[in-house]
Design a protein around this ligand. Structure first.
Ligand SMILES: Cc1cc2nc3c(=O)[nH]c(=O)nc-3n(C[C@H](O)[C@H](O)[C@H](O)COP(=O)(O)OP(=O)(O)OC[C@H]3O[C@@H](n4cnc5c(N)ncnc54)[C@H](O)[C@@H]3O)c2cc1C
Length: 294
């Protein structure tokens, strides 16, 4: 029997933390506190605090595709989330110059989601400008308050190892690696040519808690009692905001993670070869800065 009066402390009031507080409160827990570093919620630094987000189900892994569809159902039908959810469509495309790994991943994702009955009749090829207009209505549109457009050249990732061998966020800095700036301009030259040459402003690095295999980590910490780590979002968990707190609540109640892929596991090194949607070279920030000064 679960004690709904037990005290629960959530550290971090971002996507995972707030979803957990919501799911715990919804199922009757009476003593849930959220500790947030920022003086307001949502915190400026949380990527969950954004103008828009991609809510997509086209995972190549059918398990995540199914979870995303369940999350989308909640976005659509739960009156708490529905006012913030606008289903507008989203283009899936590769540059002709994309690496084969990126092209293979896109093809696998499309194949996986095309077979799902929930998507029947909802996926269409883009053959003309008119098709583009229909599907590309609001995905990553500019912020109406500033007219700024977000652009992210997603790659294999960057680490920032300290002397103890722990990779930590580098803090806020306008530095972005020169080749990422060049990749951003290349994307613009291929898609929105008028924006390719003007200066890039508000440059910053997105710090994503990637796991080796891109699976989430929602697990009891071995050797401790009552400590659960919910992290390893791997850059794809905002869409699960509606659900993730429920998965964390189950671990609180069961005292273990039943979903094997989300259990505590040792890291397997720095390679991203086993994550199909992370394409390119993984490198360390310290090495990168040294290289760009040479
Ligand atoms: C640029 C970018 C774009 C993304 N786009 C998408 C997308 O389109 N679709 C999608 O599904 N996912 C997307 N993601 C991923 C998604 O945003 C993350 O998976 C999700 O926000 C992670 O949630 P979180 O709770 O782990 O972290 P966060 O949302 O960052 O929350 C962490 C919270 O902890 C607080 N905190 C940190 N340290 C402390 C401390 N010591 N004490 C107390 N509080 C602390 C922070 O202030 C913050 O509020 C994107 C991520 C990035 C970076």
């Amino acid at each position: 029997m679960n004690d709904k009066n037990k005290q629960i402390l959530i550290v971090g009031g971002g996507t995972f933390g707030l979803s957990t507080a919501y799911h715990l409160a919804k199922s009757g827990y009476t003593s849930v506190s959220v500790l947030e570093r920022s003086s307001f919620i949502p915190a400026e630094e949380s990527p969950g605090n954004d103008v828009n987000k991609i809510i997509r189900a086209e995972y190549e892994d059918p398990r995540y595709a199914q979870l995303a569809l369940e999350a989308i159902d909640e976005w659509t039908n739960n009156p708490l989330f529905a006012p913030y959810y606008h289903q507008v469509g989203c283009p899936l495309c590769n540059s002709l110059a994309a690496l084969d790994k990126a092209k293979r991943t896109l093809a696998k994702s499309l194949s996986s989601i095309s077979k799902h009955p929930a998507c029947a009749g909802k996926i269409a090829p883009i053959n003309s400008r008119e098709d583009t207009r229909k599907t590309y209505a609001r995905d990553d549109e500019p912020d109406p308050r500033t007219n700024l457009l977000n652009l992210c050249p997603s790659g294999a990732g960057i680490t920032n190892f300290n002397m103890e061998g722990v990779s930590l966020p580098p803090g806020s800095s306008p530095y972005i690696p020169p080749h990422d700036e060049e990749a951003s301009r290349r994307i613009l030259r291929e898609t929105l040519r008028a924006l390719a040459e003007p200066p890039l402003v508000h440059k910053k690095m997105c710090w994503v808690a990637d796991t080796d295999d891109s699976d989430y980590l929602i697990a009891c910490v071995p050797g401790t009692e009552g400590l659960i780590v919910a992290s390893g979002d791997s850059g794809h968990r905002f869409k699960m905001l509606t659900m993730v707190g429920g998965w964390i609540r189950r671990v609180v109640e069961d005292g273990q993670q039943v979903e094997a892929r989300w259990r505590w596991k040792p890291g397997r090194g720095r390679s991203r070869d086993n994550v199909s949607w992370r394409v390119g070279e993984l490198y360390d920030l310290g090495e990168e800065k040294t290289r760009s000064r040479l």
